[in-house]
Write a new protein. Structure first.
Length: 413
């Protein structure tokens, strides 16, 4: 009988088997101990990120938000990407999230157009009128824009949805929208009231503007465009009448929401004078530019053309006294060389306009880049001894900018 059989007969286990079982049990025990040890040593959970600051309520006195840190931080982090023209569509959800700043508790002042009283007519066009109105309860002044073209119910619903999103765009260089409503196909918008008129009024009154004032207007308009572009909003209708001015040297971009939404519903003949004259070449003829329309650079073209018009006192693509029809204007913009500032203009202004009016849209700089252009920066330091003065002096009869030229010639000479 072998030694193994003898040990088995007397109930003794083989040393080899015992060692293997002990080794197996010890391995299990070690794994269990390791698991328990890992549980005990499990690191504390990472702290939750701090909530984004909630934008403050709008100031009753100024009509502008007291704090824009949250919106500006979200805009800076996003950076410009492909244009989101229709913010209520699926493609526009990013724009909605940016303007909402990720918070459903964003406080936006709301004004119902029915709660206002008309003071006087500010202006009118082929598709609507703009009134100066007063709020019945607070006595605050607003501008009421009424789009009189009759729209189908589905279009009206889309417009109001879009305006609810665009209403959240709060920036000191963008005209604020406070509310919108629809009745019988007419759409009304309650907008921030600007008491200094527009660049179009200044052009009509003075014909030309000094480079110092143009640089100030350009800087503030570029800041407004930069904000919109960072939030993936394309204006599509930059022109002198949509760059509004205030008594206290405010410059704000207007109609960025209305023009974008209604662009597809208005007939070309109704928007020719106001919009198409400032369209970039690639908007007229996208096939000649690779079929890639970039709304951001198109806005830059329109701004450069508007500033050049302020410098020379007439529309740059037309000769003095010339009236253009659609084919003439389209041919001039698409096939003629871009217009240039006058010979006596500064090199900085000439270069600024040249960069804005590049025929190749890929060669036009962004708004943020143009803010560092020498034409903008060279006037940032105010002349010594200059006293603060207002931009405008309202005259009787509703005429804008009565003493504008005298005040600004004295200030910037």
């Amino acid at each position: 009988m072998s030694l193994l059989e003898k040990r088995s007969k007397h109930g003794l286990k083989s040393p080899l088997v015992t060692d293997r079982n002990d080794s197996f049990r010890s391995k299990q025990e070690r794994e269990q101990q390791d698991q328990q040890q890992r549980k005990l040593q499990k690191p504390a959970p990472l702290p939750l990120p701090a909530p984004l600051p909630r934008p403050s309520a709008l100031s009753e006195g100024s009509g502008r938000p007291r704090s824009r840190a949250a919106v500006n931080a979200a805009a800076a982090a996003a950076g410009p990407q492909n244009p989101r023209v229709s913010l209520s569509s699926d493609k526009g959800r990013t724009g909605r999230q940016l303007l909402n700043n990720g918070s459903s508790s964003l406080h936006i002042e709301e004004v119902n157009p029915d709660d206002t009283v008309k003071v006087r007519l500010l202006g009118h066009g082929s598709s609507g009128k703009v009134y100066k109105v007063q709020h019945k309860r607070t006595n605050r002044l607003y501008a009421l824009k009424i789009i009189q073209d009759k729209h189908e119910a589905a279009v009206c619903k889309q417009i109001l949805t879009e305006m609810d999103i665009l209403r959240r765009a709060q920036n000191p260089y963008v005209v604020q929208c406070f509310g919108a409503s629809e009745k019988g196909g007419e759409i009304s918008f309650v907008l921030e009231y600007m008491d200094g008129g527009s660049l179009a009024d200044v052009i009509e009154a003075k014909k030309t503007l000094s480079e110092r004032y143009l640089a100030e207007v350009a800087k503030k308009a570029l800041k407004g465009l930069d904000y919109l572009h960072r939030n993936r909003i394309v204006h599509r209708d930059i022109k002198p009448s949509n760059i509004l001015l205030g008594r206290n040297q405010e410059v704000k971009i207007a109609d960025f929401g209305v023009s974008t939404i209604l662009a597809s519903t208005l007939a070309p003949c109704n928007t020719f004078v106001g919009t198409c004259a400032y369209m970039s070449p690639e908007r007229f003829d996208p096939d000649s530019h690779g079929g890639n329309y970039n709304g951001y650079t198109a806005d830059i073209w329109s701004l450069g053309l508007s500033l050049l018009e302020c410098a020379i006192g007439r529309f740059p693509f037309l000769l003095p006294g010339e009236k253009a029809d659609w084919p003439t204007l389209m041919f001039a913009i698409c096939y003629n060389p871009p217009p240039s500032p006058p010979e006596n203009a500064s090199p900085e202004f000439k270069d600024f306009v040249q960069q804005c009016l590049q025929k190749d849209p890929s060669q036009r700089p962004r708004a943020s880049t143009l803010l560092t252009h020498p034409f903008i920066t060279k006037f940032e330091a105010p002349p010594s001894g200059v006293k603060a003065q207002t931009h405008s002096q309202l005259q009787s009869g509703g005429r804008f900018w009565g003493n504008f030229t005298k005040a600004f010639n004295a200030m910037f000479s």
